[in-house]
Design a protein around this ligand. Structure first.
Ligand SMILES: O=C(O)C(=O)C[C@]1(C(=O)O)C=C[C@@H](O)C=C1
Length: 309
């Protein structure tokens, strides 16, 4: 896996012709690995610095992307839901599928750094949140520093020492893959995530609802859709069951973020719906979702379909 990821980080002419897929870089992030599992060598991988820039860079030239959506230990990825609040979601960019990756974190240091030397631990805030027990048990006094990604935290350890940063007193939490991509780093501990199973789910996103997704290993037929709902009143005075009754379709999860309006306690809701038992019958999943949201329209509720897959 690591060799393949590093090969993909280089850009041959053949690769230049493949459809581009934005991922949270640098190479070696979990987003990169999750993308590689489903797209293999069918896309050109374009590393972006943040989850926000993965999403905001979607365009006819950079039509595909992958963004983390939730983790089984640490919960929803807030940056992703904040992006899904924007007007461009459901107008220009759409969710086209999802994929899961089992996440095994390692504590990585610059060669020869010992655990007793570590004063600072760098990583993406999701990874820091997924390793709480290890950090409290083994590095209770270390300061925890959030970074744009797990691999960028590891790569930063190779920087020269400066007044504000000492790589010889620092560690990163990331995948072991990173040590083969960035020589000079070594693994101190593996499997440091809390709990036995730690899984992150990612959304595959595209520019335009119809762009053909270049799956190499397509996920099994998923029959899901994501609907963004915007109540007209403040969320404390709003009866959510109105929307659930109107939709009348199985709902697997509801997420909620403050809306982008300036009204106090005005929240936006994200409802992920699914076809029970993969059922279809005479009506396609696409039509079923559209019929369900038509009921929301009849109720006078404001909504946007962010993706049907
Ligand atoms: O930083 C990375 O490696 C990422 O791909 C991001 C991310 C996330 O935001 O959830 C992805 C999977 C893990 O849960 C930790 C971090």
């Amino acid at each position: 896996m690591s060799n393949t990821l590093s090969a993909l980080a280089s850009s041959s002419e053949e690769v230049q012709e493949l459809p581009a897929l934005n991922f949270l870089g640098p190479p070696g992030t979990y987003s990169h690995q999750a993308a590689f599992d489903v797209f293999g060598d069918s896309v050109r991988y374009v590393a972006k610095q943040t989850i926000t820039s993965v999403f905001e860079s979607l365009s006819p030239e950079l039509p595909f992307g992958i963004i983390p959506q939730e983790n089984s230990t640490n919960g929803s990825v807030i940056e992703t839901y904040n992006l899904l609040r924007c007007e461009s979601a459901g107008r220009d960019s759409f969710v086209r599928g999802d994929t899961n990756l089992s996440i095994k974190h390692s504590l990585v240091v610059r060669e020869n750094v010992k655990i007793e030397d570590i004063e600072h631990v760098f990583s993406h805030e999701q990874a820091l949140g997924q390793c709480k027990a290890f950090l409290q048990g083994r590095l209770p006094r270390a300061s925890l520093v959030p970074t744009d990604s797990t691999a960028s935290a590891a790569r930063a350890l190779l920087n020269a020492p400066s007044e504000s940063f000492d790589p010889f007193k620092s560690a990163a939490i990331c995948s072991t893959v990173v040590t083969s991509l960035f020589p000079g780093l070594e693994v101190l501990h593996t499997g440091i995530q809390d709990g036995e199973s730690n899984m992150t789910r990612f959304y595959i996103v595209s520019y335009g609802a119809d762009a053909r997704v270049p799956w190499q290993t397509p996920p099994i037929d998923q029959k899901r859709a994501l609907i963004r709902l915007l109540p007209d009143r403040d969320s404390l005075a709003w009866d959510f069951s109105r929307a659930i009754k109107a939709l009348n379709i199985p709902i697997s999860r509801i997420d909620r973020r403050p809306s982008l309006s300036s009204a106090t306690f005005h929240d936006v809701y994200f409802l992920e719906v699914f076809a029970e038992g993969g059922e279809e019958g005479d009506v396609t999943w696409f039509d079923r979702v559209n019929q369900a949201v038509e009921k929301l329209r009849q109720e006078g509720l404001e909504f946007t379909v962010l993706g049907i897959w």
